[in-house]
Design a protein around this ligand. Sequence first.
Ligand SMILES: Nc1ncnc2c1ncn2[C@@H]1O[C@H](COP(=O)(O)OP(=O)(O)OP(=O)(O)O)[C@@H](O)[C@H]1O
Length: 308
Amino acid sequence: MIQIQNLRKRYGKMEALKGLSLEIEKGTVFGFVGPNGAGKSTTMSILATLLEPTSGKAYVGGYEVTKHPKEVRKLIGYMPDFFGVYDNLTAEEYLDFYGANYDIPAAERKQIIPQLLELVNLSHKRDAYVDSLSRGMKQRLGLARSLVHNPEVLILDEPASGLDPRARIELREILKELRDMGKTIIISSHILPELAEMCDVIGIVEEGNLVAFGRVDEIYSRMQEQRILRIRLLDQVEEAMTHLHTLPVVTNVTREGNWVVAGFSGNDEQQVELLRELAVAGFPVAAFNETVGDLEEIFLEITKGVGS
Ligand SMILES: Nc1ncnc2c1ncn2[C@@H]1O[C@H](COP(=O)(O)OP(=O)(O)OP(=O)(O)O)[C@@H](O)[C@H]1O
């Protein structure tokens, strides 16, 4: 659905994009993650036909964005990372205004707008002035606005920023519905775990380069393979370590006081078996828990070097 090929963007001497390439398949929720200033908004603005690249190409639905901006705009709904001021417009009037901008006939707008308000859980705020809405509600209204012409692709720049946890969950639920409708969604954030919860595929961008790209489910299953077990013993710590060393599913056994910390590559059943074995062998296990590796580290380790 989306192809980006060797995209570069200069602002004066500053090179914000340094040859970025990536592809996003139809129906994917793609998370674009990177620190402030990495080039996410620049890429999204180019896709949204609001900014010309210095060189390279970007396609949406087969249309090159600089050559066929009109066709591209029909295909995309774009939600920028900032919100303007709305004088004396209610939520409903606001959507009606944008619907009219897209030349949607009044009768059709009358049908669509209540559906959109319902989708973003704002039916009860239909007659409320936009300025009176909370930040989370404004974000949801912005999302409804980007959907007014029923686009196939949604480009959402930092939609979760500044939202409280509850508003984030609501946003996530709405995105799930949109995904179920078959939309292709690009969503940016500088927080990887926040995106990983919502997306199928993640790309990490740093200083204008794509440094990692991969499927979220692969990353999570890899995380499961890289469990770390922490076992607290009342005594016989060294003996327990010697015993653990003999097991093929256990790696890197170290000691932290009365805790034994070990890498574990087995599955859940093997983990149950390990605990049982320790108990049967008479080791006084007082506590037993697992942690998984750091999402960011694992992601980068698995997918590094994509854009180079
Ligand atoms: N209009 C502009 N003029 C000059 N420099 C710009 C302009 N827009 C962006 N930049 C610079 O380009 C770089 C990339 O910015 P961009 O907004 O694309 O990053 P971002 O990853 O979206 O970051 P953020 O999360 O802060 O929005 C930054 O160094 C930024 O300062």
